[in-house]
Design a protein around this ligand. Structure first.
Ligand SMILES: Nc1ncnc2c1ncn2[C@@H]1O[C@H](COP(=O)(O)OP(=O)(O)OP(=O)(O)O)[C@@H](O)[C@H]1O
Length: 541
């Protein structure tokens, strides 16, 4: 029709160009694997992206649609890879460094990576499987000393590659619906499955999350990306920081609570992301050893598993820092919902407000949710009726890469999440469990998520993970794994049963407790229920 808006493709190049033209002075700070700190500006990063684009095309022979893998920590060069690879029309495929060798080999062969950019400290993991990698032509070493030696074939140093290229590069015109990135699911339920992100979905996801109703990012913020860049593109943060003009802080390698607190202090971080286990660790470390000066941290955005209500309360009361819960999946780019209060909630009591914030929250604009009950009908929006969460939206998967998983999609185009949830009349979604983690005892469902949150509200408990175990009479019953804040504390099963009886009826309360030093975690730091079930089945627990 005549007189319509311009056809302006929403690509990652438009994000990069915007970040460079408006926010070229903003900082990217990397805490590198060797412990050193590196700081440069969006404008410097932009120029290096152009050099990298030249190298990809002219030196490494990458063309439109090729897959290029990254096997790296969080740092500036990894951000450059996000932009330059997708900028030339190829696909940036981030590989989860914490998966098993077998899974990593599967992912690289399945995606047909032509080149892999690998951090020097991670090279040994690839050396083991390199002879099995069928498509890889080059390995490019990141953060490697000049005299670095490896058995990987066809290696080049990243900095050498950039040094020999010019900063002149014109981005090709791209189709916004083409792929720009790919991540695999964590494979907790089988082999990892590839999820392709388009330029358009990436742009819309990042630009929507910035808004005050969502992630609330602005050009006054300094953002710490705790979520690894190999996990769902660090939740889209490397994109949203350029769009919002937020300084970006990128920590490499295994993060411990004390090192996170140090970075929060030194870099005056105002916003951060991460899974709940990270924030549980940070909270208890801060309680044990309170920072002398108040942190600049205003909000931390949490997703990946349920944010316990007690943690939101504790952080806010003790340190004035706000926890914001979001929900998402690899298949949803990842963010699908976020929980924030609205002015209409102002009259509610503190505890009622906390109940809302502890829900997984409202769908982002551009995302639709529905709950389908066991009988196939839609659940009423009463905040009580449970069913499987279905999702549709501008950054939600339509099909897996090279895999026919028709059982994950409905005929009318919804993605079936496998999460058991409720929706209330205001649109707030609450997760009760993942389908595979629900406990069915005597014909009644028990929510492991609700039990975990309640247990973690006990002042002596740091972490609690609940699984179903077989029971002769009730078919299944809950078992709780408990990590104490202070390992020398005394706590009895009876005390915990009594504590839970305030919120749960008898049949829902676990009678079996196992006290451990650490709950097994997945490659992205969530409680690994599959592993806990295996340990129980083998009699280790
Ligand atoms: N805020 C949240 N509260 C509770 N659960 C959450 C939250 N955010 C995410 N989740 C859970 O995480 C799941 C998505 O996780 P992700 O995409 O990282 O895959 P995974 O579980 O690690 O691996 P796989 O899909 O291979 O099993 C969601 O389906 C949901 O069960």
């Amino acid at each position: 029709m005549e007189g319509l808006m311009m056809d302006y493709p929403l690509t990652t190049n438009t994000i990069l160009e915007y970040g460079n033209s408006v926010y070229h002075h903003k900082k990217i700070i990397s805490h590198l694997p060797d412990g050193t700190r590196h700081e440069y500006r969006f404008g410097d990063m932009y120029k290096r992206c152009k050099r990298l684009a030249n190298a990809l095309v002219h030196k490494l022979g990458i063309t439109n649609g090729n897959m290029v893998g990254t096997f790296a920590w969080n740092h500036g060069p990894h951000v450059e890879l996000y932009y330059a690879i997708s900028g030339i029309g190829a696909v940036c495929q981030t590989i989860n460094i914490r998966l098993s060798s077998h899974q990593i080999e599967y992912i690289i062969n399945n995606s047909e990576d032509k080149v892999i950019f690998v951090d020097a400290t991670l090279v040994p993991l690839l050396e083991k499987i390199a002879p099995l990698l069928e498509t890889v032509e080059y390995y490019i070493l990141l953060n490697a000393p000049k005299d670095f030696t490896t058995t990987l074939p066809n290696t080049l140093h990243y900095e050498d590659l950039l040094a020999e290229q010019s900063e002149d590069f014109e981005w090709p015109k791209l189709n916004e619906n083409d792929a720009c990135g790919m991540c695999y699911t964590s494979g907790t339920t089988g082999l990892p499955k590839g999820v392709l992100y388009s330029h358009r979905s990436t742009f819309l996801h990042a630009s929507t999350i910035i808004s005050p109703n969502a992630g609330n990012f602005s050009n006054s913020d300094t953002v710490l990306l705790i979520v690894p860049q190999f996990h769902v593109m660090a939740w889209g943060f490397p994109y949203l920081c350029l769009l919002s003009g937020s300084n970006m802080v990128l920590p490499s390698s295994h993060l411990q609570p004390d090192s996170i607190i140090k970075i929060l202090q030194e870099e005056k971080v105002t916003k951060a992301n991460g899974v709940p286990t990270i924030w549980l660790g940070v909270y208890h470390a801060m309680k044990m050893n309170p920072p002398k000066d108040k942190l600049a941290l205003e909000e931390y955005l949490v997703g990946g598993s349920a944010l316990p209500k007690s943690l939101i309360e504790g952080f806010e009361k003790d340190f004035g820092i706000k926890g914001v819960q979001a929900w998402g999946m690899t298949e949803t780019s990842p963010l699908g919902t976020v929980s924030r209060l609205q002015p209409k909630h102002a009259h509610l009591s503190a505890s009622e407000k906390m109940d809302i914030r502890a829900k997984q929250g409202l769908a982002f604009p551009g995302v639709e949710l529905r709950i389908v009950m066991e009988d196939g009908t839609l659940a009423p929006t009463d905040g009580k009726s449970m069913g499987e969460l279905h999702i549709k939206g501008a950054w939600t998967i339509q099909a897996y890469f090279k895999t026919n998983n028709s059982e994950s999609f409905t005929e009318d185009g919804w993605f079936k999440t496998g999460d058991v949830c409720t929706l209330d009349e205001d649109g707030y979604m609450e997760i009760k469990d993942r389908t595979k983690d629900l406990i069915k005892s005597g014909g009644e469902w028990i929510s492991s998520v609700a039990l975990e949150s309640a247990l973690m509200a006990h002042p002596k408990i740091k972490e609690a993970a609940v699984i179903a175990i077989p029971d002769a009479k009730w078919v299944e019953k809950p078992l709780a794994l408990i990590v104490l804040v202070n390992q020398n504390d005394e706590i009895s099963d009876g005390e915990l049963i009594e504590f839970l009886s305030r919120d749960f009826v008898n049949y829902q309360i676990p009678k079996n407790y196992v006290y451990v030093h650490e709950v097994p975690k997945t490659s992205v730091g969530k409680f690994d229920k599959k592993e806990i079930r295996r340990l129980f089945a083998e009699g280790v627990l």
